[in-house]
Design a protein around this ligand. Sequence first.
Ligand code: DX5
Ligand code: ZN
Length: 234
Amino acid sequence: MNWWQRHPEQAADSGERLVALAPSLLSADFADLRADIADMAAVGVDLLHLDVMDAHFVPNLTFGPFICAAIRRCTDLVLDAHLMMTDPHRYLESFAKSGVDAITVHVEADSPLPETLEQIGELGLKRGLSLNPGTPVDSLDPYLERLDVVLVMTVEPGFGGQSFDPRGLEKMEWLRDERERRGLDFAISVDGGVNDQTAGPCRAAGADILVSGSYFCKNQDRTKAAAILRSEHH
Ligand code: DX5
Ligand code: ZN
């Protein structure tokens, strides 16, 4: 069973490859986060995506390990911390202590990547690497062997609610091919502008995890939104 999937049996039932859904809490109700996360869990989401922004790597500021620890106390769901930070390596231990399960850093960050990925692994966490829409996908090439998840950004990181950049689709296809060719097992995740229009092309391009902020979290009918995102037969 893949670490990022909560319902692998559903995929087997329908014969269809069912992608995992990771709501971005950026669009959650922070005034009542425990209830909002419980609602997402009841809908059957697979994991939670935590957008950490340092007001330096991106022009926005969100939260750090302290809030991640509070989120940990609200749920047993797998937590993936997406660190949009210039110096993520300085904070890896704090995030590990907060109880997240995976840490995703950016290939464009200033941190020394081999050491950063190694430390994430030593801390017992899944290792993720992300790239911005304008960054060529082969910049990930030297790291693919040591990754548990690749996060393809399809918006400029920093804000929810932006439109999907289709350049990410070719990157997902390339990653799927490289993974197959090299016999690797990292998950392909996509983040930014994922909605009812863009989820299908992402699934077809090989995405295993769809991160969705505004479309899923702010949807009046999350059950239906989750079905639309995860499957072509909803
Ligand atoms: C953007 C974040 C995304 C964002 C996605 O910097 O990394 O996770 O919250 O939000 P939507 O789905 O609204 O594009
Ligand atoms: Zn994100």
